[in-house]
Every structure is written in structure tokens, then in C-alpha cells.
Design a protein around this ligand. Sequence first.
Ligand SMILES: C[S@@+](CC[C@H](N)C(=O)[O-])C[C@H]1O[C@@H](n2cnc3c(N)ncnc32)[C@H](O)[C@@H]1O
Length: 470
Amino acid sequence: MSKRYEIIKNIKVISINNNGFGVAKNKEGKVYFIKEGVTGDLLEIKVLKKRRNYYNAKIQKINKESIFRTNPLCKHFYDCGGCKLQHIDYNYQIKFKQENIINNFKKIGKVSIDKFSKIIPAKKNFKYRNKMEYSFTNNRWLNNKEILSKKKLDKNGIGLHIEKMWDKILNIDKCLLQDEPSNKIRNSLKEFAIQNKISFYDLKHKKGHLRTMMIRTSSLKETMVLIQFYENDMLIIEKVLKFLKSNFPEINSLLYCVNKKANDSIYDQKIICFSGKPYIEEKIKRLKFKISAKSFFQTNIEQTENLYKIIETFCNLNGNEIVYDLYSGTGSIGLYLSKKCKKIIGIETTPEAVRSAIENSKVNRIENSEFIIGEIRNVLQKNFVKKKGEPDIVITDPPRNGMHPKVIDQLIKISPDKIVYVSCNSSTQARDLSLLKNHYKFINSRAIDMFPHTNHVENVVLLKRKKIND
Ligand SMILES: C[S@@+](CC[C@H](N)C(=O)[O-])C[C@H]1O[C@@H](n2cnc3c(N)ncnc32)[C@H](O)[C@@H]1O
């Protein structure tokens, strides 16, 4: 058995797992998950922790580098953990993301898929996000160099949480995930606040003015900024917002809230519009979407269009179908397809998102869509289906933990001809497919990389109901 802190001198990384860790095996078959290990690396590693059937380990020394290694572009890479695959060549990221999906279907789902279509890589693998959320802190995370320097350091910061440490915030000077004016707004507000002695949030003592900042941008070049304050101090609030308004005329929607709760979620907070509109606009093909501060909206807009094209191809609509859009969010999938089918019925648990979906149907003059608030497993009952009409196609896009087994039972009972299953987690998708395999054939699976340099990948599977002879 490997011991904690044991050093293993020379071990080869054989693959990369779903969480982006390099995987290595020793001669006895013990498995190590190595942070920043890349397939092909020969490494000296330090064993950190024993888990149920593997060990966590970290790199001590690279004896021989993998050909898939590359230099991370972001200066914050080694501290941040936000896009933790930057040290791996992008073409190889795409390759192992596809392989991991195939493995999950084989090992977890034990299902076979007729065809795996080629994964769609992102053209833009930086500056692809349209939404970033930053936190202010008066006690920013210091790296080893800063600690050793023993200089008197300014501890104010605004940035991102260190991976798995909700209370530690890394100051970010330049984030490569969102296009400008994102970095400019964040950095100049920080400078302005320091110069004007406006306090940054003190998590330990629960005090301070500036708490979080959300920046949303759109492909129509619109920008939303939402500042969350802790203290309800109107003098400071106005000073901060006036500074942003006069220095960044490109902000179309300048919002704020005051949150005295222990957690910094804005979803139960009153959002106040300081200047401009309370929303920004986005476009997917011919459709316009109004996006408010609390709306869920896909964060990589270019790839969203490609994702919706895959869904459209898999649905292959003829204009007469009733389509259910489960976990519909702001309704964008259903609205995108609405012109090509008879009726769209969306079901979604977040009332705000459903309100946006209804509003977005109006904005786009779509009259054959309906969006219903509720938990899928409570709504998708016999009476509901009788009232709304039996679906020819069900599109399902659940959160990371997949569908509830009851929802799967309900789908089997309703038995639509086709199901199009969109997932951001192929492990839970594989589990769900295994529960459907007696009733459905799996025709095609196509992945699309919405989040380059992270371990996440979106995958769409087309299911067709089995006939008696299948
Ligand atoms: C991955 S998002 C899908 C968003 C949407 N399809 C889109 O493309 O914008 C999952 C959605 O499921 C919703 N949700 C989570 N659990 C749910 C449940 N039990 N019943 C209904 N909706 C749920 C979430 O609020 C979220 O909007």
C-alpha cells in the first residue's frame, strides 16, 4: 500500500480523467490521480491522500515531458484553478474529452451508441465567456513568492475563489476568459476604491462596502455590471456607481444590490437599476434574448449556436411535432426550435428563468410556446400530458447531477418517439441512459466543447424508441 507523502520516483501518466487529473498506475495496479499530470509525462510524484480506490498525488519533478504539454497563457494559472487544463495542448484536450465520454458510456452506462460524431472544438479558446463573477476581499490569497518576500503588501483584492476554498480569493490582474472591457472595469474599480479608501469585504468580521461584481457582455457589444455591496451606505454606493458610469459609457446596464446575508448569492436579492436598462440583449441566429442579472444564459455564445444546431439536426423536425423542452432555463432551446415544430412546452423550476422565457417568446413574437414553472417530476404527470398533448420529441437538458429516476420512469411511460438528451456531465448521462436502454436505441452522440481549458464538456445524445423487433 502507498503511504501518505511517499515519493514515487518514475511513473508514467497514461490518461486524463473526467476531472482533468493525470492518471498513472504502478506495477501492482494502484491508481494515482496527479494534479497537472499529462498523458505521456514521466514523473516523480508525492502521494497525498488515499481515496477509496485511488490515491491523490502531486508532481515533484517532471523527468520527461509529454508531447501534449504546453505553456499556460494565463499568469494566474498555477494559483487560480479556473481553467486548469491550460498546460495541455488544446487539440489533445478535445481528444481526451471525447475519449472520456466514450469510456463513461462503456463503463458507467454499459450502453452502446450506434455512432459517435466528431466533437466540435471551440474556435475561440480564450475570451469565450460572457459572464464573470468576481469577489472583493480585504485579505487576498498570497502566493509563496509574496509570503517569502516579507514586504508590506496591500491585502485588498478582487478576483476568483481558489479552487475548493470558498473563503480564499485570488486577486486577478488579467483574466483571459472574458473579452474587454471586463479586465479594465475590474482593475480600474479596484484602483478607484483603494484611492478613495472604500473598504473591500471582510469575510471574517462581516463588514466592508464592496462585496462582489458581476460583468455580463453580449455578442451585440452590450455590457452589464452589477455591484453587490455589503454596507447600505448610499454615499459610497453612489460614488462607486458614478465612477463606473462616467468612466465606462459602454455599460448599458449598471445595477447594484445591498446584501447583508452571510452568503453572497444575488438570487434572493432586490436588484436596483442605477443607470441604463435592467437587462442586456443577446442574439442567437434570428432570435433576440433579454438577459437580466438573475437570468441563466449559456456562457459561451458562439458554441451555444453550434450546440443548438446539433439539437436541431437530431430533432429533424417536420413542423407537426409537439416538443417538450425539459429543464428549459430561459427557454432558448425551445424558442430556437419553435418555428420548425407545432408546439413547444418548456418546464423549469426557477420562476425568474420561466419569466424570461415568456418574455423572450413575446420579444420574438413566438406564439406556439408555453413555459411552466415546476419540478419536472411533479409536473410531468399523466394529466399534464393529456392536457398539453403527447410529445413526439422530448429534449432534456438537466443540471450536472442528471435526471431524477422518477423523471426517467415518467419518460418511459410517456414514451416519445425521440429523446434528445443534452448533458454537461457524461457520467450522469451514462447512468441515465442505462436506465433507458431497454426502451430506447442510442443513435448518435455528439460532443461540443463549450468550456476550453476546463474539464467540462457538453454532450448530446439522440435516442429513438425501440420497436418490437429491435
Ligand atoms: C443545464 S440548465 C439548462 C438550461 C437551458 N436548457 C438552456 O439551454 O439555457 C438546467 C436547468 O434546469 C433547471 N432545473 C434544475 N433542477 C430542476 C428540476 N428538478 N425541475 C425543473 N428544472 C430544474 C435549472 O434551474 C436550470 O435552469
